[in-house]
Design a protein. Structure first.
Length: 92
């Protein structure tokens, strides 16, 4: 995710300040923006609608919000609740 002001009160803890260094259209209604986050290059794919709404262009200061996920290969085939005492609950 890309934000134009510093986000707060998020469960995602990886928030990196950066600057847009490029916008490249890669398909109909889709573009990739390149960011420089303290010397680290990050590429994000966004819809053209989001790019326009956020006025993303080279030089614009932004925040990259990166949500990390990990998987336990032993529990991939079952609901996380199934190992819990509330196994009769339905997960939607």
């Amino acid at each position: 995710m890309i934000a134009t002001s510093q986000p707060s009160a998020l469960s995602a803890l990886n928030v990196l300040a950066g600057r847009v260094t490029g916008v490249e259209h890669v398909g109909e209604g889709v573009a990739e923006i390149t960011l420089d986050c303290s010397g680290v290059r990050i590429v994000a794919r966004l819809t053209q609608k989001s790019i326009d709404a956020l006025s993303l262009m080279p030089g614009r200061g932004v925040y990259a919000v990166i949500k990390a996920v990990s998987f336990d290969r032993h529990t991939l085939s079952r609901s996380p609740i199934s190992a819990d005492k509330n196994a009769d609950m339905t997960v939607i």
